[in-house]
Design a protein around this ligand. Sequence first.
Ligand code: AHR
Length: 521
Amino acid sequence: MAEAEIIVMGCNTLADIHPFLYGQFIEMAGTCINGGLYDPTHPQARSDGLRADVVEGLRELRPTHIRYPGGCGATYFDWQELVGPRDERPRAKLFRTQNTAQSTAFGIPEAHALCRELGAELYLTVNAHTQSPEDAAHLVEYLNSTRPTRWADLRRTHGREEPYGVKLFGLGNEIYGNWQAGQKSATEYARWCREAILQMKRVDPTIQVVVCGLGRPNPEWDRTVLFETVGLADMISVHNYFGRPIFRDSMSAFRVCEAMFNGLNALIDEAADTALGVHPLTHRELGSPPAVPFRPLIAFDEWNVWYRSKHDPEHDLEEYFNFGDALTVASLLHVVLRNARTVGLSNISLALNTLALMMADKRGLFKQTTWYAHKAIRDAHAAGRVVETPVAAPVFCAKHERFFCGIVNPEKARDEKLPSLLHFNDVSALDVLASIDDHRKRMTLSVIQKLEDRPLTAALTFRGVTPRTDRVMVTRLVGASVTAGNTMDQPEAVHLTTETVRLGETVTFPPASLTVFEFDL
Ligand code: AHR
């Protein structure tokens, strides 16, 4: 007997799955790049110094783009120090967040080459902290210009005639925070961006530029940045980290993410209305509206589960994820996909060693539980359109921090009265996302069953779409419990399995599970 019902509405498209939803992030921090991805001394190192096992792990994730070099890491490099012959670059820079040295050997050309190898776009974070808007425009000229001008000529001097054609630029990182060098007020930053984008887009009008937003804790920051850059900036970023030591609480993280997108979208609408000339502030505050009115999108360019580990020089943010965290990552990807009309770019933070999908050291590499969840969702919903999927299922209560608040003490996590918590009384036991790839005649359904203590049976109904056969491919994330995790010694304690099965009218989902169905249409 079915306790729940899932209805796939094949004709009701929520959003198209566009090219920048499955990004990765590699940062000049901890051992993500130096001593991780780039380690010429490692037995697995290729001739370019990159570890073959790490590159292979990245390749399997099929990243749509790669964000580099930070994060906070971007703050400490002038772009001129990350190009040209390696022996002419400074040997290393001090990453002051942890007082550790970061080599410059894996610079912009090397990051670009990795992206080309993986079929991904390079998403470059510009140092808006301690460099000038002019420096940002010079960077675009160096990378993308075909003309015989100073910075394009420098590229030629460095042995590269062909432009790099980098299309995605982020202006700074969390520049509102006192943990960054070159912290700015919203007004200072917004003016910096306005000037930089104008100059950058004069060099190459085809680039897309992302400005730093802040999200929930300070809408005034976002309003100031948006009003100053609307019509110029293509996207505004927001960062957040989720998860709790209590599994059922983590299963409500997606609600915090949804609320964050809704809040930012309201501000973007306000600014876009201004650009279109329908907002009363337009002429009074801004003079004439910008010439190219378009609505900026959200760049969710740092997100992950993070509630256990601290910045420290030895083991910087080395978070060991469990099965429950993998389900949190899957449900956050569901939110991104459902909101892909307004989320223009998304990348999990990070790829290796620091808050990472993969862990690598001298002994080898293992993939974290979250790597498998990310792969399952990325492969399931690679292209096509997300369709509406109403669900009727039991609900449960859960609580979650309003915004990333650092490390959560497992004891205090049980305290129901902490003011930093949001309480949700109606979290659905099933989190379902369906997409249809009309081109490949394929429909996929990913289902997160959030009840930890029992299985749940659901009836599956299709409207406006009919699977060709009842034989479907099923992929499951398997592991012994919600606390199971992978280690160097047990690298596959949590992994994916795939089989073809015959589907009846109902499906029973195991407790705390991720299941992906692939139907032929
Ligand atoms: O590496 C994770 C760090 O977290 C990033 O550098 C920064 O952007 C965030 O605060």
